[in-house]
Design a protein around this ligand. Structure first.
Ligand code: NAP
Length: 285
């Protein structure tokens, strides 16, 4: 796939554990080759306890840009020189830019989400959102949606020990971005139904419906045709939630292309160039 490696070939990579299953190397190497950029992207298996040395290697080798997977997204932060606004707000880094030894952490996960729903015909700016779940993926998309001008965000979260932490996190994002964000108990069906009536988009950021799980996080009768339904799950491509959304007449999208657009945003930060997304979509997805 890589045309040739020379003495001037620049190095980019993925740090994660496991790392070998990732499609990121195929995506970025396809883009480098298409655009004639003398660079290669490799996957490195890095565990959390190795992150300090791995970041030191970025400066020493040097590696010009790095992507990170969980749990390195938070563990890497103390070893970087600066953070983007979205990274600082979400406490998560999935992209490092090495500018002559000065390492800045960015997060493109949320950008991947907003770009993928925009591509499917829904604009986050000015929208009222309902988000199910409050884990890493939800945090990134809530921050990016608030930055991009969502009118209001409702976050449905299970009433367990971490409910208060989610409230504190969302209050902080709300204060810093000016976007009202309210955390609500997922168990209150009546509240969920009335909130969905008010929302333009429903986002499933829980694993409910993933793989062989035939459950849906939202009763079908709560859905109405005005809703755009986004499920971050991409296996299966048609989750029980999306199947219900389709039957009800909602527009919908799955999580398949969130990764594509997240990678495209990393590529732009590193090279200043637009990833040839249609070619990458055709070759790698
Ligand atoms: P995570 O950090 O583990 O968070 C999962 C969230 O879902 C938590 O808030 C958890 O609730 C909630 N949850 C889990 N099981 C639930 C259940 N049975 N009922 C209600 N809520 C439940 O996971 P994540 O990394 O954010 O990933 C979430 C989903 O997004 C996964 O399906 C993942 O595959 C998908 N994802 C897709 C992409 C993409 O590129 N398309 C990227 C990242 C993630 P508690 O807080 O109460 O524990």
């Amino acid at each position: 796939m890589i045309r040739s490696i020379s003495g001037t070939t620049a190095l980019y990579g993925l740090f994660g554990h496991p790392a070998s299953h990732s499609i990121s190397p195929a995506m970025h190497n396809t883009a480098f080759q298409k655009l004639g950029i003398d660079a290669a992207y490799l996957a490195f298996d890095i565990r959390e306890e190795q992150i300090e040395k791995a970041v030191s290697a970025i400066r020493t080798l040097p590696i010009l840009g790095v992507n990170l997977t969980m749990p390195l997204k938070t563990a890497v932060i103390p070893f970087l020189d600066a953070l983007s606004e979205a990274s600082a707000l979400s406490g998560s880094v999935n992209t490092i830019v090495n500018d002559n030894g000065f390492l800045t952490g960015h997060t493109t996960d949320g950008i991947g989400f907003t770009a993928s729903v925009r591509e499917a015909g829904f604009e986050i700016k000015g929208s009222v959102m309902s988000v199910l779940g409050a884990g890493g993926a939800a945090g990134s998309l809530i921050v990016q949606s608030a930055i991009e001008g969502a009118e209001k965000i409702f976050v449905f979260k299970r009433s367990n020990a971490s409910f208060k932490d989610t409230v504190t996190f969302c209050q902080s994002i709300s204060e810093k971005t000016g976007c009202p964000i309210k955390v609500l108990p997922m168990e209150d069906g009546a509240l969920m139904q009335s909130t969905l009536d008010e929302s333009g988009i429903l986002v499933n950021a829980t694993p409910v419906g993933m793989g062989d799980d035939k459950n849906t996080p939202v009763p079908r009768e709560f859905l109405a045709p005005h809703l755009f339904v986004s499920d971050l799950i991409y296996h299966p491509e048609m989750t029980p939630l999306l199947s219900d959304a389709k039957d009800v007449g909602c527009r919908y999208s799955n999580g398949k292309y969130m990764l594509l657009h997240q990678g495209a945003a990393s590529f732009r930060l590193w090279t200043g160039e637009n990833m040839p997304v249609e070619l990458v979509r055709k070759n790698c997805f």
